[in-house]
Design a protein around this ligand. Structure first.
Ligand SMILES: NC(=O)c1ccc[n+]([C@@H]2O[C@H](COP(=O)([O-])OP(=O)(O)OC[C@H]3O[C@@H](n4cnc5c(N)ncnc54)[C@H](O)[C@@H]3O)[C@@H](O)[C@H]2O)c1
Ligand SMILES: [Zn+2]
Length: 395
């Protein structure tokens, strides 16, 4: 043992006695961490902050990667949530390098150890009506997530960084059995697991249903993959970009319809019907943030069919529909879908393994990878819609 190692051990022991050091750590406790802070509209500064000591229930995670979400892009462009300065990045994953003495298990009851790969989900708030397993009472719209927190003295609050401190009271999952790409895709995939759970409550979505998925961004493409892993094969994808429609087919859509090739909604609806061999859809998933697309989708659905609207995480404005034709006369059952529950997270881990097992190229969704110091380029690439999922991957 050299003198530096001895010094480290002494520091650790003294720190533990004073309650200022982690109780368990792999190697040397890092002194500083880089954090990408959005400091003004369309500008991140990569700042270096000291890594504070951990509390007994805290976990220090070395970040491996984090996906860029549409929500990050909105915050980058306009700061609609009024969070600047903020450490963004909520689709992240990494490895536990230190933890407080009270940390033993993850939110599913699996043991947690140094070296485990993890993701976080919601941060509990002191509101008994927000139940993480059942959204019937009140959904988790008001819950917090790392990567969308107001800045504080700790600063290590987002996944676009070298390290993040997961504090006591957060939800965390041990996902060491998933590869890095799959782990980066957990958060967006959970959105679709939840949407399909919501769709199932209508009783209309079945094994042999004809399903239309409108919008083939990451959300719509993952929707198709989730449906395929459930055994639903009769899927028609609708979008305006041929490249995305081609990928929809790789993900498991049987047919695709480019709405730009049709004049007027009646013709487009006929196009979708033809893709199903002359039948309207039993069920539809609306995965665009476009009000026109919301209005259109009722025309694709049969009488007595169902609709899951999940495309408006951001307020995209009002849509005009005709309640007589679109809802009443057709008796369409509509459900909205908003993020996910903890249980959906657990289902998502299985989905990602199953998707791989049946050969769906889910990891191909990550089209661009940037190092942390190119975070501004990464966000600009996302806004330019050149790729699908853009990710920050740490060296
Ligand atoms: N419910 C939730 O919890 C939740 C979570 C995350 C994202 N979202 C929402 O999901 C939506 C999709 O997310 P994304 O990351 O895939 O976005 P995206 O912008 O990458 O994809 C949207 C797709 O819709 C297509 N499109 C636009 N107008 C259309 C139209 N009229 N008809 C058919 N296709 C059309 C676009 O060409 C694009 O491919 C976003 O609007 C986002 O707000 C919801
Ligand atoms: Zn997201």
């Amino acid at each position: 043992m050299n003198s530096a190692e001895i010094e480290q051990i002494v520091k650790q022991v003294i720190g533990e006695m004073q309650g200022t050091a982690p109780k368990k750590t792999s190697g040397e406790y890092p002194k500083t961490a880089r954090v990408a802070m959005l400091t003004s509209v369309e500008h991140f500064d990569v700042k270096e902050f000291p890594v504070p000591p951990l509390g007994d229930g805290d976990i220090l995670v070395k970040v491996e990667g984090c996906g860029v979400c549409g929500t990050d892009a909105h915050e980058f462009k306009r700061d609609p949530f009024g969070l600047i300065p903020v450490a963004l990045g909520h689709e992240g994953t990494g490895e536990i390098v230190a933890m407080g003495k009270n940390v033993k298990k993850d939110s599913a009851g699996k043991p947690l150890n140094i070296g485990d790969k993890v993701v976080t989900c919601m941060i509990f708030k002191d509101n008994p009506d927000i139940t993480m397993y059942d959204l019937n009472k009140q959904n988790v719209g008001g819950a917090d997530v790392y990567g969308l927190l107001p800045d504080d003295d700790i600063h290590l609050n987002g996944w676009f960084s070298d390290y993040i401190i997961v504090r006591s009271g957060s939800t965390i999952f041990n996902v060491s059995d998933l590869d890095l790409d799959s782990r980066i895709l957990i958060e967006p995939s959970a959105v679709l697991i939840h949407a399909v759970e919501r769709a199932k409550t209508t009783g209309i979505l079945r094994f042999n249903s004809r399903v239309v998925v409108q919008g083939c961004g990451p959300i719509g493409l993952l929707c198709i993959a989730v449906l395929r892993t459930m055994g639903i094969e009769n899927i028609v994808a609708v979008d305006g970009e041929d490249k995305r429609l081609a990928f929809a087919k790789e993900m498991g859509a049987e047919k695709s319809v480019n709405f730009k090739n049709y004049k007027g909604i009646e013709n487009l609806a006929k196009g979708v019907e033809e893709a199903f061999g002359g039948y309207p859809a039993d069920f539809a998933f609306q995965c665009t943030g476009s009000p026109v697309a919301h209005a259109n989708i009722y025309k694709f659905i049969r009488n007595g069919g169902g609709l899951c609207e999940l495309g408006f995480f951001i307020n995209g404005g009002d849509a005009t529909i005709n309640p007589h034709f679109d809802i009443c006369a057709k008796e369409i059952t509509t459900v909205g879908s908003w993020v996910y529950t903890l249980r959906d997270y657990a289902t998502t881990f299985d989905f990602l393994k199953r998707a791989k097992a049946i050969g769906l190229p889910v990891e191909k969704l990550i089209t661009h990878r940037f190092p942390l110091n190119e975070i501004n380029e990464a966000l600009k690439t996302n806004l330019s819609m050149q790729g699908l999922k853009i990710a920050i991957v740490n060296e």
